[in-house]
Design a protein around this ligand. Sequence first.
Ligand code: BG6
Ligand code: MG
Length: 217
Amino acid sequence: MKIKACLFDLDGVIVDTAKYHYIAWKEMAADLGFDFSEDENELLKGVSRMRSLDILLGIGKITKTEAEKLELADGKNRRYLEYVSHMTAAEILPGVTRFLDDLRSNGILVALGSASKNAPMILDRIHLKEKFDVIVDGNSVSRAKPDPEVFLKGAALLGVQPHECLVFEDAQAGIEAALNGGMKVIGVGSSDHLSHADHYIPGFKKLDYELLSKWYL
Ligand code: BG6
Ligand code: MG
């Protein structure tokens, strides 16, 4: 296989925190007096906290000062933390742990590439930190997906070239980040919401090293 490393998004790929991000934003939108649909939420997936807030305020046609925005983003994060603070390893998405072990036992390097500043805390809660050779998250990047910074940094820390990397992403912004970085990418979720990935999988239940080897000869 030409792939030497797999880079994983966190929210919606490793664990189903995407739903908690959505609920927290939806509650904030309701407080501000507008509805926020699941379709509109696709625009926020993979996107940094402050950029997500700008998109959401745009949907509600609401203008806020920079200071007010910081306060709103903090409020959203407090709501989000209330949800994720109860998470356990039981919320790791089906097949993920087995697939990570399968990759590692076949000599494939594994990295996390997440926009979330909460990523280290979540990996701690679900006891998955030790499965990753390298962790790059929202605290260590300055440019949000679709900029490839998060994945390029992961590749550099692993000591591999971008074309030797395969990214797993549930967000369009993340798929574009991988492609912008010259990497291969598998979309996790339905191709109704996602485009331009090499392959789409509904989840990790049926994916293993052997199948990947066929896809990336
Ligand atoms: C991404 C999520 O992984 O992280 C986005 O898909 C989220 O929905 C972003 O806004 C930033 O997360 P956090 O935890 O730093 O607010
Ligand atoms: Mg995601």
